[in-house]
Design a binder for this molecule. Structure first.
Ligand code: FES
Ligand code: FES
Length: 158
């Protein structure tokens, strides 16, 4: 049995007709073809599927579509403005935190959820946010450097 769900995704009003038990990641990737959101573990462990829902970084692999009816959803495709990368994307790229890049969209969205709400987030907040993400390539140092740089750029923009 399918039902209709409506939400804004990357600023665009969108309606889908799907099984209410379908997970948001499946709608984002397979119905809306927004494949920047990555599927890693599919069990809420790795963080690659993170998107921002109503301003909060949220794992899409364990969020049912029925929970986001009427929500504002942002995926990594919605961050750049007229081809200009968001400061968080620039920082993560410039710090060398993108190797295979599979973990990158989830980390960028996590930092967006944190820093857009609280540009003065503490070091501990930053650590807690990054701890939700697994990366098989970088050893994490460049990701941390990128996050610190991102916070500076977001604050400078205020
Ligand atoms: S795919 Fe969602 S946390 Fe790993
Ligand atoms: S850069 Fe490859 S998983 Fe993080």
């Amino acid at each position: 049995m399918v039902e209709k769900f409506s939400f804004n995704i990357n600023g665009k009003p969108t309606t889908v007709e799907v099984d209410p038990d379908m997970m948001l990641i499946d709608v984002i990737r397979d119905v809306l073809n927004l494949t920047g959101t990555k599927r890693g573990c599919d069990n809420a462990t790795c963080g690659t599927c993170t998107v921002v829902i109503n301003g909060k970084a949220t794992k899409s692999c364990n969020t049912k579509i029925s929970k986001v009816n009427g929500a504002d959803i942002l995926t990594v495709e919605g961050l750049a403005v007229e081809g200009e990368l968001h400061p968080i994307q620039k920082s993560i790229a410039e710090s060398g935190a993108v190797q295979c890049g599979f973990c990158t969209p989830g980390i960028v969205m996590e930092l967006y959820g944190l820093l857009e709400n609280d540009p003065d987030a503490s070091e501990k907040d930053l650590t807690n946010a990054l701890n939700k993400h697994l990366c098989r390539c970088t050893g994490y140092e460049p990701i941390r450097d990128g996050a610190v740089m991102a916070q500076k750029l977001v604050k400078d923009r205020q």
